[in-house]
Design a protein around this ligand. Structure first.
Ligand SMILES: *Cc1c(COP(=O)(O)O)cnc(C)c1O
Length: 480
């Protein structure tokens, strides 16, 4: 497809302004003036509208198609939550950060404070900040809070333990906070090997980072014991909340023994992911860690109004501007209130039911490395299809031709040729059945006509890209 610059015709324009009949403003200082024209494309309004409308139709999103991207929880984003965010557009809480501005935005501050309370209730934690802008950012903030806690106690800590099934952001955040990473293998039962964990635990361990259920979609039966053992050496336990959707309303991380949790509002609470953002990754902590949370914090004052506390004595400081992604927080707030307690519980139950349905309807044609009841997602392997020269990536590309966003592939990395499917609670049985039929068609085609899978996708403007090059160069080139 042509770039908008390539469609430019010299002299063509969208709007014709009348001749200037007021005195011109004094010119900018010479050093601020352009030396030549800006080089913008010259087009009619219709050219521009068609260009961007065509591009927008090539976007893939959950509003257009089933999006079973495992670990990402791509559930439907209710439009009523969008409306709620729109209502708050003029009331960004920013004025509360200016001297005397709090009275202008009491409603927004009340919302933020109530959101903190709701997330405390949901996660079983004592204090929450909504500042972090994504799950990974929440992890980074959480690990910095943990490090501040150990420093304040004079603890000499060196290591952070992660299971080998963990999301890459876990070890990355811990490493950025200055810790060395100890990786524990996964046992045949599909979770962190308990004996290997015990062997790795020492006084020098600062934290253990667990995703629960883990990235294989399995719930760890030893989680309480792991928390207790960690606490025995004054290590803190971090709950990666990306999979909170699976246990919402059933188990609270704080009750099991976790000390810090992040919540991905854009996963669990149905706010848009955007393309890589804007997200929101609030963290919750136990009381002993609350003094280290980022500032400013919204507080309820004795007279019932809301203010901003900026006590920096022990805080790690700011982790984001303003109060985080306020618009996203409003959407998640609306979502939580809309579903209510019973609705959130039902959402997680349906998410688990849907994943088990997909798993049981596909496990005769795809290898299921950990064959047990799953939580909200299931992980297959394309290892059987490899006998025909077909890999997980080829099945993913075939799904694009059939109108689906592919599932997550090649993650978690401990499963060879992983295909990780997370249907979420918002999909109907009809949608799941149609998807299952296409997944079965792909498995059949791998046997009868593997070359057809290797050619896919054939319905897209470009077929397979050189993915390394596409990540580095914005002007992507075709490879086939
Ligand atoms: C998505 C995810 C993260 C990171 O969250 P972002 O909001 O994408 O930064 C961390 N851990 C797991 C298991 C995830 O699925």
């Amino acid at each position: 497809m042509e770039l908008i610059y390539e469609k430019s015709v010299p002299g063509r324009h969208g709007v014709a302004l009348p001749a200037n009949d007021v005195p011109p403003a004094p010119p900018l200082p010479a050093r601020l003036q352009r030396s030549g024209a800006a080089g913008l494309p010259e087009l009619s309004e219709l050219d521009v509208v068609r260009h961007f409308t065509t591009l927008s139709r090539r976007n893939v999103g959950v509003d257009g198609t089933f999006y079973p991207l495992g670990s990402c929880t791509m559930k439907y984003n209710p439009k009523s939550a969008e409306e709620a965010a729109k209502l708050f557009t003029p009331f960004h809480p920013m004025p509360a950060l200016l001297l005397g501005g709090e009275p202008l935005v009491q409603g927004s501050l009340a919302l933020l404070q109530h959101m903190d309370e709701l997330l405390q209730e949901i996660t079983g934690m004592d204090a929450v900040t909504c500042q972090p802008l994504a799950g990974a950012h929440g992890e980074m903030t959480g690990i910095m809070v943990i490090a501040a806690y150990h420093r304040a106690k004079g603890n000499k800590k060196k290591y952070v333990i992660v299971p080998d099934s963990s999301h890459g952001t876990n070890p990355a955040s811990a490493a950025m906070a200055g810790y060395e990473i100890v990786t524990i293998p996964t046992a045949p039962y599909g979770d962190m090997d308990l004996d290997a964990f015990k062997a790795a635990l020492s006084d020098e361990v600062a934290a253990v980072m667990m995703t629960c259920p883990n990235t294989l979609g399995l719930f760890n039966p030893h989680i309480k014991e792991i928390c207790d053992l960690a606490h025995g050496v004054d290590a803190l336990v971090y709950y990666d909340g990306a999979n909170l959707n699976a246990i919402l309303g059933h188990v609270r991380p704080g009750d099991v023994g976790f000390d810090v949790v992040h919540v991905n509002l854009h996963k669990t609470f149905g706010t848009p992911h955007g393309s890589g953002g804007p997200g929101s990754g609030p963290i919750g902590v136990k009381a002993a860690l609350a003094p280290f949370l980022p500032v400013p914090r919204v507080v309820k004052l004795d007279d019932g109004t809301f203010g901003v506390a900026d006590d920096t004595a022990r805080s790690i400081g700011r982790s984001a501007n303003f109060f985080g992604n306020f618009g996203v927080i409003v959407r998640a707030y609306a979502y939580i209130l809309m579903l209510g307690r019973e609705g959130l519980i039902e959402a997680s139950e349906l998410a688990v039911l849907n994943a088990n349905y997909v798993m049981s309807r596909l496990k005769d044609v795809y290898e299921l490395p950990y064959d047990q009841t799953c939580m909200h997602e299931c992980v297959f392997s394309a290892s059987r299809q490899m006998a025909h020269g077909v890999h997980a990536i080829d099945i993913a590309k075939f799904l694009i031709d059939r109108g689906y966003h592919p599932p997550t592939v090649y993650f978690p990395m401990i499963v060879k040729e992983a295909i990780m499917i997370e249907p979420t609670e918002t999909e109907s049985k009809e949608t799941l059945d149609a998807f299952i039929a296409v997944m079965r068609e792909a498995a059949d085609t791998a046997v009868t006509d593997p070359a057809a899978l290797l050619r896919a996708p054939v319905t897209t403007p470009v077929s397979r890209l050189d993915e390394t090059k596409a990540a580095r160069s914005q002007n992507v080139c075709f490879t086939g």
